[in-house]
Ligand binder design. Structure first.
Ligand code: FAD
Length: 669
């Protein structure tokens, strides 16, 4: 965002914009109110020296971690003192921009209690959690098992003599491994363990286990807990204390089992509750929808940096006194960058739709309407997988788009990537999630014969006879600007890939067939997810967007999103017979025409994300484009430059230069 008193090296770019910034900002923020909250909180965070990000990548792990504790504590103090609302507090934590234990406390521990605890248990735990009198983490994954939750080995054995569960880690692979906030900060863990009562194993259930003293923070008897060590990249996710946890016969009260869906009586009897299991589902939808929103935010940061820097950076061209060419004017740069810009907008819109979906699911769950749950599950799993994978790859592409300087930590991109890329793994490995989507597609197809009508994002499958036979109407390039043609091509591709995969699985026979054809299944699932994003983008545009030129820009971005995917996945469209080679060639040409329309608006389109320089943490992405003097200045902050002659010269460099290692005659072989 603009900061007073600086020369704006990008002002020429900003003047070229063909739309009004403010309504675009409102749209991206999700409304006037949301924009107001975001701007107010961003200003608080940006001006507070405790939240400074300078030098973060130069700190040791211990310093880095302690600094993240300081920020979390300061943030909590501000939330209390400024009496911030829940929405403002959430915003503040995300704008501080440092993965820390509070992410898991608020993002996993609290929602899991809401989803799985009885009303009475919620009355006890939630007030403690809300005031942070306890700090919670989410301890599901173990050394031996992550994706396969049913394979977890930690046990919770009920002892009727004392009315307690005994938590135990029977072997090395049952060690809890990865939970964020567990290593050093949490006092409590929401532990997933095998429930054993009456000599019967009832499978995986959730328990709240106190792991550290509330007085001196020491681990309680029988608890072994520690940090699992340094992770990928400088800073990045290393501000988080991902931990390991072992139990040696640790006793917890029976009532620490979360009992909304099943309970164990004093006598040790296991009783499934009459509350439908699906009710616990809301928490997962909530978590996944916030991950999808984050995907757009993280990608928008990388794209902002790459677009601004591509306007500043000049290479080649320029005759006489003319300046060299801005690298953003190279077609290849545009072909790598503008689709990512369009994807960011597409994900922002699908994220807003998922927010609506979450409230719709919660309303339905309240009235015990579970009819849309399978579709919602497929939709949130698939979108989590697609958006996080594309955002992570997109951040790395933006780093390359910034050439050599993108490799400097001061570009902000290496750290952004390191902090973001685990989103492809946590909350469900992205491949495993796509396989779940594929299962849903197979089931939907198998039910078509029985007259079950697919709903929501799968409803296009109800049109299978047309989609599998009728080709595209596109006969000239501009036909691709008709969104219904784009949508039809994507629906036909998704339907045909799903049908082909289903036929292969059926031919091979059930479960073995599923495994054997998992590559085809993943392709079908991905096509389904890409269609979801495109169709939500198109639906949003059909409702109309106010503001001078805003709708036009969004139309262009929607077309870039669709056509880029179409061109990059041409193999799918051609092999399934959805499109002819001529139609694909027309799409490619049209896509390039669209880049020309994006170009003058590129800087304004990233300004609309409204990221402060503090949040971007990037010299290359500075709002004012004043890159070179600041890169030069930053080099002098490097601790190695504190001395002119480096430490180590005397011991290691000088002896080489002075030929001191030459062997004596005697020592020669
Ligand atoms: C930074 C970070 C933070 C985390 N935070 C937490 C936390 O707070 N709490 C917590 O409990 N856990 C946490 N985790 C753990 C995370 O949830 C798991 O790592 C994740 O669920 C993946 O499981 P896994 O590690 O067992 O991967 P694996 O399942 O072992 O995956 C290994 C490979 O096998 C493939 N694979 C697995 N199963 C299949 C299959 N059926 N078909 C095809 N391919 C398959 C995967 O695609 C992957 O390529 C965190 C992880 C990270 C990296």
């Amino acid at each position: 965002m603009e900061e007073a008193g600086r020369i704006d090296h990008l002002s020429g770019e900003r003047q070229k914009a063909q739309f009004d910034l403010q309504p675009m900002r409102v749209l991206l923020a999700g409304g006037e109110h949301e924009l107001d909250v975001a701007q107010r909180v961003a200003a608080i965070v940006a001006r507070d020296p405790v939240f400074s990000k300078a030098n973060r990548t130069r700190l040791s792990r211990e310093e880095l971690y302690k600094n993240s504790l300081r920020k979390a504590s300061h943030g909590w103090k501000l939330i209390q003192q400024l009496k911030l609302t829940e929405e403002e507090a959430f915003k503040l934590r995300s704008l501080v921009d440092e993965p820390t234990f509070t992410d898991l406390h608020w993002g996993m521990f609290v929602p899991a209690i809401k989803g799985q605890a009885t009303d009475e248990q919620q009355k006890y735990w939630l007030p403690l959690a809300y005031k942070m009198a306890v700090i919670g983490c989410y301890a599901q994954t173990e050394l031996g098992h992550g994706s396969n939750v049913q394979g977890l080995e930690t046990t919770a054995t009920f002892d009727p003599a004392t009315d307690e569960f005994v938590m135990n880690s029977p072997n090395l692979t049952s060690t809890k491994w990865w939970p964020g906030g567990l290593g050093k900060a949490s006092t409590h863990a929401l532990v997933y363990a095998r429930l054993i009562t009456d000599n019967h194993d009832y499978g995986i259930h959730a328990f709240i286990v106190q792991i550290r003293s509330l007085d001196d923070h020491k681990p309680l008897p029988g608890v072994t807990v520690a940090d699992i060590g340094v992770k990928f990249g400088n800073a990045g996710y290393n501000t988080m204390d991902n931990g390991l946890l072992r139990f040696d016969q640790v006793r917890i009260p029976r009532n620490n089992m979360l009992m909304k869906l099943a309970k164990v009586t004093k006598e040790g009897k296991y009783i499934s509750s009459d509350v439908p299991k699906q009710l616990a589902y809301g928490a997962m939808v909530y978590v996944r929808q916030s991950i999808v929103s984050d995907a757009s935010v993280y990608l928008s940061r990388a794209v902002t940096i790459a677009v601004r820097y591509s306007c500043v950076r000049r290479q080649f061209g320029g005759q006489g006194n003319d300046p060299e060419t801005q690298v953003i004017d190279y077609k290849t740069q545009q072909h790598r960058l503008f689709p990512l810009l369009a994807t960011t907008y597409a994900y922002r819109i699908v994220g807003q739709w998922l927010k609506w979906l979450y409230s719709d699911v919660m309303n339905r769950l309240e009235s015990y309407d579970f009819s849309t749950l399978p579709e919602v599950h497929a939709c949130t799993s698939g979108l989590k997988s697609l958006t996080t994978s594309v955002a992570a790859d997109g951040i790395e592409e933006c780093r390359k788009l910034c050439g050599g300087h993108g490799y400097l930590c001061s570009s902000g991109l290496p750290e952004l990537y390191a902090a973001y890329v685990p989103a492809c793994t946590y909350e469900g490995d992205n491949v495993v999630l796509l396989l779940q989507v594929a299962r849903f597609l197979l089931k939907t197809l198998s039910q078509l014969g029985g007259g079950v009508k697919p709903v929501g994002t799968a409803s296009y499958l109800g049109n299978l006879p047309v989609l599998t036979k009728q080709g595209s109407r596109v006969s000239q390039g501009t036909d691709w600007l008709d969104h219904s043609n784009l949508l039809y091509a994507f629906e036909a591709r998704a339907a045909r890939l799903a049908l082909v995969a289903a036929q292969l699985v059926q031919k091979a026979g059930n479960e073995a067939g599923f495994e054997q054809h998992s590559i085809e299944l993943i392709e079908a699932a991905r096509a389904h997810c890409e269609l979801m994003v495109l169709s939500k983008f198109v639906e949003r545009l059909q409702r109309g967007v106010p503001g001078r030129g805003v709708q036009r820009q969004l139309d262009i971005l929607c077309e870039v999103y669709g056509l880029f995917l179409l061109v990059s996945r041409a193999g799918d469209f051609l092999s399934t017979g959805c499109l002819t080679p001529t139609q694909v060639a027309l799409a490619k040409q049209q896509l390039q025409n669209l880049y020309t329309e994006v170009r003058p608006n590129a800087v304004a389109l990233v300004d609309a994300f409204g990221h402060t320089d503090h949040y971007l943490g990037s010299i290359l992405g500075r709002y004012d484009g004043d890159v070179y003097p600041n890169l030069y200045k930053d080099a002098w902050e490097e601790p190695l430059n504190k001395t002119v002659v480096t430490d180590g010269y005397e011991e290691y460099i000088r002896p080489i230069l002075k030929q001191e290692f030459l062997p004596s005659r005697k020592a020669r072989l």
